[in-house]
Design a binder for this molecule. Structure first.
Ligand SMILES: Cc1cc2nc3c(=O)[nH]c(=O)nc-3n(C[C@H](O)[C@H](O)[C@H](O)COP(=O)(O)O)c2cc1C
Length: 358
């Protein structure tokens, strides 16, 4: 009943379940391929990858599956650069760097927006069937080029207006990212705080106003959440946190453990790691910046400033300084293989539907 709809047909998948592209090493080729092999849609989170690394990873995915998969990209932004803010942020980060025995950072991080253009070329050359975007809209020119290459395009929205902007730009379907969602907010039109709309309110309003198919995201961890999203009008669900703890995920073991031990009241929205609001498990790093986060440089400048710290913290097994992105529904996380997770979601949906129709 739920598994044949315009989204599954268009994407060529069996189940309307999308594993979110999660930049930063979580979406290993093993994870993406396992999800796609199981009949859902695996997504490579390529936001931070160079075009060369992205191409190599795509090739590794292709060696593992002949099923459709997606690549997720970040639409680049041009932040205002303030040397004063960078120096101040570096001063605030100094204590953590010392604790981790790190060297002085560069004072002016380099932001390279050419990366995005290179990533687009790789998508086309590698004939990636599906591409999803967050942090804004790709240009009309890029949309046209990707469409000419027969690539299905998925946008991200946190409000109905953003979904309409995706539709107008020519994207084929749109992820409605509710405020429960783990990771960065995709907000690109309105005020971040005013755009914190829960999935249960966001999805039906989008369904009523938007013509392209809707994918629900945020707090969906199992068949109950997925079925609820379908009833609200979504034709697929996108899940992030649930896949972070799977066996194939590349997340640090202490990050997986932190999600497994977390609860609905342990996550918060922070700009501390990247300069852009994102939801993660509240830890020491976030606490340090709670009071000054409005004074931090914008994304992606702050992201560049904290990159080395996160890398070093991972090496030294210090989760208090890692970005532990997670949604508001961590209690239902499991440590299954991705295939088992997908099978359990599907069988739970089927038994819930059976119960409803009895
Ligand atoms: C660890 C993590 C990393 C994420 N990275 C990305 C990303 O690179 N691109 C993107 O479009 N969304 C990203 N997201 C957001 C997801 O697309 C999705 O909106 C979110 O995971 C849904 O909420 P859930 O985590 O409760 O399932 C990320 C989410 C998590 C948990």
């Amino acid at each position: 009943m739920f598994d044949e709809n315009p989204i599954t047909k268009r994407l060529g998948i069996t189940y309307p379940i999308i594993q979110a592209g999660m930049a930063g090493g979580i979406t290993t080729p093993e994870l993406v391929a396992a999800v796609s092999q199981a009949g859902a849609l695996g997504t490579l989170g390529a936001g931070y990858l160079t075009p060369v690394k992205m191409r190599d990873t795509i090739q590794k995915i292709k060696q593992r599956t002949d099923q459709p998969f997606a690549v997720n990209l970040f639409v680049p932004e041009n932040p205002d650069f303030s040397q004063k803010k960078v120096s101040q942020a570096n001063d605030w980060l100094e204590g953590i760097r010392q604790e981790l025995n790190m060297e002085e950072p560069a004072q002016s991080p380099e932001i390279n927006n050419d990366n995005f253009q290179g990533q687009i070329e790789v998508l086309i050359k590698e004939r990636v069937p599906i591409c999803s975007f967050t942090f804004g809209l790709p240009s009309r020119e890029i949309v046209q080029r990707l469409k000419n290459a027969d690539i299905t395009l998925i946008g991200t929205a946190t409000t109905v207006d953003e979904a309409l902007a995706n539709e107008e730009r020519g994207l084929d379907m749109v992820v409605m990212q509710g405020s429960e969602a783990g990771g960065h907010r995709g907000t690109f039109l309105g005020d971040f705080e005013m755009s914190m709309i829960g999935t249960i309110a966001l999805v039906p309003q989008a369904k009523d106003y938007v013509s392209i198919p809707i994918i629900a995201a945020g707090g969906i961890m199992d068949g109950r959440g997925a079925l609820a999203a379908f009833i609200l009008g979504a034709e697929a669900v996108q899940m992030g946190t649930a896949f972070v703890t799977t066996k194939e995920s590349g997340a640090h073991p202490l990050y997986k453990q932190a999600i497994r031990e977390s609860s609905e009241d342990k996550t918060a929205i922070t700009k501390a790691f990247s300069g852009k609001p994102a939801r993660g498990i509240h830890n020491m790093f976030m606490k340090n910046f709670d009071k000054v986060e409005q004074q931090l440089p914008d994304y992606p400048i702050q992201n560049e400033l904290t990159k080395g710290i996160r890398k070093e913290a991972a090496k030294q097994n210090r989760p208090e300084y890692l970005s532990l992105w997670a949604g508001q529904h961590p209690r239902s996380s499991t440590e299954k293989h991705a295939k088992e997770l997908i099978q359990s979601i599907v069988s739970q949906i089927n038994s819930l539907v059976d119960g409803l129709t009895k």
